[in-house]
Design a protein around this ligand. Structure first.
Ligand code: SF4
Length: 347
């Protein structure tokens, strides 16, 4: 049994290197090595350790045992010394203050320049240590806030390595645009609303129009229609309304966005074990309207779990007025369940 990340993945954390970013079981995150004081690693050690520690990780429930990705996958599972999948999670600086996000990400101060480490990887063994069929992902704070971001992205996209970026969209990036033009970037921006006032309440910064303007520039640059995605996290008490969904879809369509990501705020969804009647109903509405607009969509985990909970049966909306009335009744009934995020994160 193997997994391509166990063989050829790295996740760069604040002071250590792991095989992947998945935390499951107890402590999670299969560990490779601590970073040096100057935040670099010896790549020869990394490749040795990945091989030596692998068998132990496969049977350790605090690392890989039980992981759904541990299987008989053949892709990227040979023993060659190369990295295919890189995840960066070494900083927490952000330019947004989303209510549903932990203080660790709200304008945090953890950061180091990851570029020297990446340059060494690219140069290691005559350039054979990086597999161009893999990808780079970001998991920390806001990636465009990294001073080395533009150079980093160019380094990967020039080699046509796929880069997946989740960004607030507040700061425009020329490197992202260039990567979209050469089809090496997948960008997900999560405005969660198209309404200025709602944006301010959720993000606690005033940047709604700027984000949508940047999204428009990115959508113009994309070579394939689904490379730029607008994400909407349904947050009970903030944007859980039919009007919000309508406004979001209209704005996305008007600027050339083709792909919508639907998600449900994960703390709320998990607290009620994905049995969240009015939000579930709104998700159905969102999906049906996305289809009606001629756009495509995907779910992130919270939305997927909610749909799985009801066996992926999505309601048809034949009578919008009746649907809306039923939705509002449920929303009122469950409004006491809305979370006070500000209080939760100040504790
Ligand atoms: S098996 Fe799971 S936990 Fe282990 S490296 Fe692969 S993805 Fe990560």
């Amino acid at each position: 049994m193997d997994c391509h990340l166990l063989s050829h993945g790295i996740s760069v954390e604040k002071d250590s290197l792991h095989d992947c970013c998945l935390t499951h079981g107890y402590n999670g995150r299969p560990f490779i090595i601590k970073l040096n004081k100057d935040n670099t690693v010896d790549w020869a050690d990394v490749f040795d350790l990945k091989k030596i520690l692998k068998d132990g990780k496969r049977i350790n429930e605090k690392e890989c045992k039980g992981c759904r990705l541990l299987g008989n996958e053949r892709i990227f599972t040979d023993e060659g010394d190369y990295i295919s999948h890189i995840n960066l999670n070494h900083w927490n600086i952000c330019n947004s203050k989303c209510v549903y996000c932990s203080k660790d990400y709200n304008g945090g101060d953890k950061y180091f320049n990851v570029l020297p480490m990446m340059k060494e990887l690219f140069a290691y063994n005559g350039g054979k240590a990086i597999n161009t069929e893999g990808e780079l992902t970001f998991q920390g704070g806001e990636p465009t806030m990294l001073p080395e971001f533009e150079e980093l992205i160019n380094m990967f996209t020039e080699k046509k390595i796929l880069v997946r970026i989740h960004s607030s969209g507040i700061k425009y990036s020329q490197a992202v645009t260039d990567g979209l033009k050469n089809n090496s970037v997948i960008l997900v921006v999560s405005p969660d609303t198209a309404v200025k006032e709602t944006y301010k309440k959720i993000k606690r910064v005033d940047a709604c129009d700027r984000v949508w303007q940047n999204l428009e520039k990115y959508a113009e640059a994309q070579k394939e229609p689904d490379r730029v995605k607008a994400k909407f996290i349904i947050i009970a008490g903030y944007n859980d309304s039919i009007e919000e969904i309508d406004a979001f879809l209209q704005r996305a369509k008007s600027i050339g966005i083709n792909r919508i990501v639907w998600e449900i705020e994960c703390m709320y969804a998990a607290r009620y074990q994905y049995d969240i009647p009015h939000v579930s109903m709104l998700l159905d509405y969102a999906v049906r309207e996305t289809e009606k607009c001629g756009l495509t969509y995907e779910y992130y985990d919270g939305a997927m779990y909610v749909q799985n909970k009801k066996n992926n049966v999505i309601r048809d909306i034949t009578d919008k007025a009746a649907f809306s009335e039923e939705f509002e009744t449920l929303k009122e009934r469950y409004k006491d369940r809305n979370l006070d995020y500000i209080k939760i994160f100040s504790q």
